[in-house]
Design a protein around this ligand. Structure first.
Ligand code: CTP
Ligand code: MN
Ligand code: MN
Ligand code: MN
Length: 366
């Protein structure tokens, strides 16, 4: 049969970079459950096994409609036996007993609570849990617990920074960041990246990328911007990581490695538009802000990397290496066949280098 309407639906790619994943998720009941399973594994240090559930959830997020029949999952990639069983149980019973069990598990709940503090990762959270600590009060009154500077700020501003940041707040911050950047270097520009660039309405922070038009300018801009924020009394915490970038370095295989660009992780004061928050007695909200300042010739790679999503970028890098013999990371794209770095002025250039259809930022919510 060659009638076009009889053709099977085009197959879903196992690579997230070959799928268009918007925020319009028609399979949230399944993906929420799979992500709880993934998170539970991540909180116990099992990053590898958690990836299977993350990938399964990501495939379902890319579907144009809700799964109806069990058979529909047969043709989907990245769904292991375990993920299929969870989907089947939810289809039949409305929920998964394993997921319910995790959500009620004291260890999961405590680890999730502790790791929601800025500066507290799974290792610290587990350490506190194993010492019998269950609440913030217990952690803060335990004499043997020594908080580092990041964790101290994390607890100090917990109430504010644990609340989602809205798009409106992100736009207000952009104006503040832009003003400071332009004051330091009038030819520099600021763009929002991260989840907000992918169209999210809320984020856990606001990510900005700074573009400087001349070589070397990227190294001086972040310290100067931080200095200006300090003088404006709007900086609550800052961790500046100076650039260790080297133009000759090849892109890394390791996905979890941080990039080498100059960057800073901040907590900033964002003034309320409305009257004072009477309860808190302050007229500002603490917000997490990340800034990155790559050199101009690597700007596009940094923009792509910082736009995410994490899973989208992981698959883009895997696709580049396994399907195209090219190495991609936040710094560059390197062709192993010709031993050359591939330049890119736009994100479209990078997808073209990889022989991929262009995926818009709002379609990268894998
Ligand atoms: N990122 C990175 N290198 C870093 C920090 C972040 O490449 N040193 C990337 C992450 O992989 C992600 C993006 O920058 O793709 C944004 O990170 P993050 O703010 O953690 O996530 P968002 O997608 O913005 O989600 P949220 O809305 O929760 O902030
Ligand atoms: Mn839709
Ligand atoms: Mn973000
Ligand atoms: Mn961030």
């Amino acid at each position: 049969c060659t009638h076009p309407s009889a053709k099977p639906e085009s197959a879903v790619s196992p690579y997230a970079c070959q799928r268009r994943t918007t925020l319009d998720n028609h399979n949230k009941i399944f993906t929420d459950a799979l992500e709880v399973l993934a998170e539970n594994l991540e909180l116990s240090g099992n990053q590898g096994p958690s990836l299977a559930f993350r990938k399964a959830a990501s495939v379902l997020k890319s579907l144009p409609a809700a799964l109806r029949r069990q058979e529909e999952t047969q043709h989907l990639p990245c769904l292991g036996e375990h993920s299929r069983a969870i989907i089947e149980e939810i289809s039949e019973c409305g929920s998964s007993s394993r997921v319910e069990e995790i959500l009620n598990d004291e260890r999961y709940r405590t680890m999730k609570l502790f790791s929601s503090v800025f500066g507290v990762g799974p290792k610290t959270a587990e350490n506190w849990f194993c010492r019998g600590l269950r609440t913030f009060e217990q952690v803060l009154s335990e004499p043997s617990v020594r908080l580092n500077r990041m964790q101290t700020a994390g607890f100090l501003f917990y109430e504010d920074i644990s609340k989602p940041v809205s798009r409106t707040e992100a736009s207000a911050l952009k104006i503040i960041v832009e003003e400071a950047v332009i004051c330091v270097n009038p030819s520099a520009t600021v763009s929002i990246t991260g989840g907000f660039r992918r169209g999210k309405e809320f984020g856990h922070d606001v990510d900005f990328i700074i573009k400087t038009p001349e070589a070397g300018q990227e190294d001086v801009i972040l310290p100067a911007v931080i200095k200006r924020f300090k003088s404006q009394n709007i900086l609550l915490y800052s961790d500046l990581q100076e650039s260790t970038f080297d133009l000759r370095k090849l892109p890394t295989h390791c996905f979890d490695a941080m990039d080498h660009f100059g960057k800073c992780f901040l907590i900033m004061k964002l003034k309320h538009e409305q009257e004072m928050d009477a309860r808190a007695g302050k007229d500002w909200k603490a917000v997490r802000v990340d800034l990155v300042a790559p050199p101009l010739e690597r700007f596009t790679y940094a923009l792509l990397g910082w736009t995410g999503s994490t899973l989208f970028l992981r698959d883009l890098r895997r696709f580049a290496r396994l399907e195209r013999g090219k190495l991609l990371d936040n710094h560059a794209l390197y062709d192993k066949a010709t031993n050359t770095f591939l330049p890119a002025n736009t994100e479209e250039d990078i997808f073209a280098h990889l022989g991929l259809e262009y995926i818009e930022p709002w379609q990268r919510n894998a």
